[in-house]
Design a protein around this ligand. Sequence first.
Ligand code: TYM
Length: 327
Amino acid sequence: MKKRVFSGIQPSGHIHIGNYIGAVRNWLVNLEDRDNIFCVVDQHAITVPYDPEALHSGTREAVALYIACGLDPQKCRLFVQSHIPEHTELAWLLTCITPMGWLERMTQFKDRVGARRERVGTGLFVYPTLMAADILLYQAHEVPVGDDQKQHVELTRDIAERFNRQFGEVFTVPEPVIPQVGARIMGLDDPTAKMSKSTEGQYHSVGLLDDPDKVRKTIMRAVTDSQQGIVFDPQRPGLFNLLTIYQALTGQENAEIETHFAGKGYGDLKKELVEVVIAEIEPIQARYRELTADPAYIDEVLAESVEKLRPIVDATMDGVRRAMGHR
Ligand code: TYM
């Protein structure tokens, strides 16, 4: 039996190179030797104010981008969260066994809410139980994510273990899989803040669908410091971030990169990085244009996945409902 992998992205904005390096690229590595399920989690994206039309088009864009990045629908299941209503059913059941204290410890919630606590939707608070439901519904063994989602996957483990202790062994306890390089890509306009889909600012991120001119401007303007020398130094976050993106996309070792840039300046690094990034995203964009020329194709992929996932969903939910006394 192949190990099962589950992961997802929120269609809460355009997918950027942080999502690509921290997540999607690592999903491609095990396409052959794992049983892979990748989701566009549209029900997560409604936990903050949003525009329904933008959500719909963003969801389709994300599915097409998954395929354009190399997630071949013959080798994995690609689907949209809201097409399988059991995600929210299971989320409610898990919410009832998740202590509030566990959710209150989630750093992402604390960071995002700040002083707005009285006003944000309750969904934003219970969001990690929906994420746990996504993963546990498919009995996934591995969850490849960026650094910011590690705590949520660990919470998912705690919820699964608690459920299994209380109601009997129903869930597989999943492991987070975090990449060694690029697990946390920072904003190009502010290397002290994580690159995020929802951060405004023209030169904050590079989107996978950005044109070469936008890529060039964003990288050339990236915030660095006034020091000299191109070395991997975490104390120089702007430089470190550019080098990390370079390293993730070229696959070279630190020493090799430092030798390559010895005696050169930030401008040289930025120019080369522009070329590396464009070379990576251009073929993705070409495939994206081909795929989206036939909207019916995406619909077929999504419908077929739901059909193939149905037996897994039914088996898990049958076990959960029986264990919890809903017979
Ligand atoms: P989301 O949509 O914020 O991000 C999608 C994936 O990209 C990673 N990521 C990053 N990696 C490196 N640098 C960055 N700056 C960066 N920003 C984002 C994220 O870690 C993630 O892997 N809650 C999740 C979506 C989700 C999910 C799931 C993931 C819902 N259910 C079940 C895995 C399994 C989220 O908001 O990711």
